[in-house]
Design a protein around this ligand. Structure first.
Ligand code: ADP
Ligand code: MG
Length: 551
């Protein structure tokens, strides 16, 4: 007993097919992602709903190409479909109103990727490459009759129940047979091309994907596995798969978050920083997966730019499979992942910082990028706590001090964290502005990079302390502190007030318009004089940067 019926596609499907036929060349390969994802879904559904009914055969996805016949087949031994399910699932647009769909199609122009998934019409992407498609499917239900569906994607499809020998040849699950368009047959029957596309989009699906009898997806989606089961070796392996770095990562962050948004993330901090400033400026971001299917490589909205040294993947269940790139860019969910992940990475770094040596390595490699975090106001406290500086209290040039350490040894009543900018430790040791600090034993942080001053300026305070440039310190704030260093002999005898006045007048005469004023000061102990900025709140180095930017 075999029934045969021909059905018309709904109007919106006809329009969709029209677009797909003319879709962008670069979009075409995603048909394979869609069909493989459907096969994987079907296997998942079988595993969940019919666990007892499964036979011994392993659950898998097979891809077979025939160059001569110009055909490609994708098979799964998953849940399958009855005739009613076929009509229901393939042939209508299930998830959204057709008005919204038509509007979106108009807007999409000839870029298919965006609409395909938004409306759950992934199956139809096959018509970007197919002349005609034949579906053979048998539901997992006891005694289900296998069904054949055929369409050239021109407006109609036919369905027929199979019987006898034909029926016996069809096992549980679904087989999609594609007759490829003539001009695409060569490309999409090439095993290497197929493997490449699968690795690119579907590498982490949990079921084996087999091309030419060989499994293609061999790296497990480690981010989805429970942490306690994963060995260090496995992390390292995954890390090198991801980054091509053969060294092990400096640190690993593996998180599973349920609220306010569901996601799994596996991030690594490499031991060596990349040249983000040069040619590889765009070479960063986290790979975004939706249920193990790659959506976008190097997505740059998942973490802020100052954490760009982090490499890894994020996988969420909360996004649709085929969300378009435009929609991703301003997506609430992605922003929430970003917020959560940023906090996680910062606290991971704080943990790393408990080991001074480990953190020094991190700092040496990644601080140049990290310092741009001074713009992240939402996390300023956590960010500031992770900053490190060389300082006047350090014995060596590579020793590092945190703001908390500085504060812990500040003088009683000291309410400022003092810093000075200079090209090197040697230069800063000779800086006359720091003489009084030495005399009073007040620590000064040494800033060697221009960005350091922007960081200090933007933060402005840290835990009740004002971040203050040493050269702008109020001498009175320091004067009241006791001396720790004996002033040099010759400086001990203060000059007569009258002769000092005469000297200042003479200075002003000679320097003329070159200076705004010449004043006596108590900030120097060894040097005879130093330059200060007349406005009293711009440091001389910042002044130089400003001038350079204006010219
Ligand atoms: P989506 O996957 O977003 O639902 P598709 O157009 O890709 O949209 O597929 C439509 C429906 O067809 C699926 O939801 C599923 O019910 C059914 N389907 C597609 N491929 C298979 C398959 N290999 N096995 C079982 N059902 C399938
Ligand atoms: Mg699908």
């Amino acid at each position: 007993m075999s029934t045969h019926a021909t059905y018309e596609f709904k109007a919106e499907i006809k329009q969709l097919l029209e677009i797909l036929v003319h879709s962008l060349y670069t979009d075409r390969e995603i048909f394979l992602r869609e069909l493989v994802s459907n096969a994987s879904d079907a296997l998942d559904k079988l595993r969940i709903t019919a666990a007892e009914a499964t036979d011994e055969a392993p659950l898998e996805i097979r891809i077979e190409a025939d160059k001569d016949k110009k055909t490609l087949a994708i098979s799964d031994n998953g849940i399958g479909m009855t005739e009613a399910e076929l009509v229901e699932n393939i042939g209508t647009i299930a998830h959204s109103g057709s008005a919204a769909f038509l509007k979106a199609m108009k807007e999409a122009g000839n870029s298919a990727d965006g609409i395909i998934g938004r409306f759950g019409v992934g199956f139809y992407s096959v018509y970007m490459v197919a002349q005609s498609v034949r579906i053979l499917t048998r539901s997992h239900r006891e005694g289900a009759t296998p069904v054949e569906w055929i369409s050239e994607g021109q407006g109609a499809y036919s369905i027929r129940e199979l019987s006898g020998e034909e029926a016996q040849a069809v096992g549980r699950g679904t087989r999609i047979e594609i007759s490829l368009k003539d001009d695409l047959a060569e490309q999409f029957t090439e095993a290497d091309t197929l493997r490449h596309i699968i690795r690119k989009h579907s590498n982490f699906l949990s079921f084996p994907i087999i091309v030419d009898g060989e499994r293609v997806n061999t790296v497990p989606a480690l981010w989805r596995e429970p942490k306690f089961q994963i060995t260090k070796e496995q992390y390292k392996e995954f890390y090198s798969f991801l980054t091509y770095d053969l060294d092990e990562p400096m640190d690993t962050l593996h998180v599973s978050v349920d609220a306010p948004v569901q996601f799994n993330a596996l991030c690594f901090i490499p031991k060596k920083s990349k040249d983000f400033m040069g040619f590889d400026r765009e070479d960063w971001g986290l790979d975004l997966y939706v249920r193990r299917v790659l959506i976008q490589r190097q997505n740059k909205d998942l973490i802020p730019q100052y954490l760009m040294f982090a490499r890894g993947v994020v996988d969420t269940e909360d996004l649709p499979l085929n969300i378009s790139r435009e929609t991703l860019q301003d997506n609430r969910l992605i922003r929430k992942i970003n917020t959560t992940l940023t906090k996680q990475i910062l606290s991971q770094l704080a943990k790393m910082a408990e080991d001074k040596d480990a953190y020094a390595t991190f700092w040496r490699e990644h601080s140049r990028v990290f310092k741009a975090g001074y713009m992240d106001f939402a996390n300023r406290e956590a960010f500031a706590a992770l900053l490190r500086f060389n300082s006047s209290s350090c014995e060596a040039a590579d020793e590092l001090v945190s703001l908390d350490e500085y504060i812990s040894r500040a003088k009683p009543d000291q309410k400022q964290v003092y810093f000075a900018f200079g090209p090197s430790r040697e230069a800063l040791k000779l800086n006359p502005h720091l003489e009084l600090f030495r005399k009073k034993g007040v620590e000064v942080l040494y800033l060697y990079e221009p960005i350091d001053e922007f960081v200090m300026d933007a933060l402005h305070t840290y835990k009740e302390f004002t971040l203050t440039p040493a050269e702008l310190a109020k001498p009175d704030d320091l004067a009241k502190l006791p001396d720790v260093e004996q002033a040099p002999e010759e400086a001990a005898a203060a000059p007569e007030k009258d002769s000092l006045e005469a000297l200042l007048v003479r200075f002003k005469d000679i320097l003329g318009d070159g200076v705004a004023d010449v004043r006596a000061t108590s900030r120097l102990t060894g040097s005879p004089c130093c330059l200060v900025n007349p406005d009293g709140h711009t440091t001389s180095s910042m002044d130089k940067i400003m001038r350079a930017m204006n010219h």
